[in-house]
Design a protein around this ligand. Structure first.
Ligand code: HEC
Ligand code: HEC
Length: 152
């Protein structure tokens, strides 16, 4: 009886996470959209490991040159959700230098065909602006079928 109940759950847990579609296992709290998507897109939690997310949420007063502080209750809520949904596969969960998705080994590898001058184009303004090129990024989609690189 118990085994039957657990079986679908085990199958679900064993499913591989595909890079092309970053599924979000549990819905983001509203605060994540409000507090973490005003300056850049709401990055999918599965693109960084737990330690990176912990560091980011613990250092919001000095967040990549800006003050992105939030109240303690919201900070706890977002931290817990990010940690729960952080990357588990080694490719994405390995510690990313500077707590940046864009400095992780997989990111650099997947983007090695993007020339240095392309990142600097006015419409792109650096690798952290995923959704400029990945047109389905807001839905967690990074498939190569949904890429459009602005020409300037
Ligand atoms: C006041 C604006 C602002 C807010 C609010 C903000 N950020 Fe950022 N964030 C930035 C800036 C600026 C960068 C650096 C972007 C760049 O290098 O192009 C950044 C970068 C990041 C990066 C690294 C991107 C990379 O290079 O891989 C992550 C991850 C991140 N933010 C997560 C968060 C989370 C989580 C929150 C909510 C708790 C948040 N941010 C709220 C401004 C903000
Ligand atoms: C300048 C445009 C551009 C920006 C900005 C950009 N990417 Fe990409 N991304 C690409 C290109 C081009 C590829 C290579 C696609 C291919 O393999 O043909 C790629 C590949 C990927 C892949 C692998 C897709 C696959 O199906 O194999 C992932 C995941 C990804 N990007 C995530 C991100 C994330 C997350 C960000 C922001 C932190 C980002 N990208 C920012 C252009 C961009």
């Amino acid at each position: 009886m118990k085994t039957y109940f657990l079986l679908p759950l085990l199958i679900l847990l064993a499913m591989p996470v595909s890079a092309a579609k970053m599924s979000t296992p549990s819905k983001a709290p509203k605060s994540y959209e409000v507090e973490c998507a005003s300056c850049h897109m709401a990055y999918p939690p599965g693109l960084l490991g737990q330690k990176n997310w912990q560091n980011i949420l613990a250092g919001l007063d000095k967040h990549f040159g800006v003050d992105a502080s939030i109240d303690a209750k919201t900070q706890t809520e977002i931290t817990q959700w990010l940690i729960k949904n952080a990357a588990t596969k080694e490719k994405y969960s390995s510690f990313a230098p500077e707590n940046r998705i864009t400095k992780s080994a997989w990111f650099i590898r997947e983007h090695d065909e993007v020339r240095a001058d392309v990142w600097k184009r006015d419409a792109i303004k650096g690798p952290a602006n995923c959704s400029v090129c990945h047109t389905d990024a807001a839905n967690g989609g990074f498939s190569e079928n949904n890429i459009r690189i602005p020409s300037k």
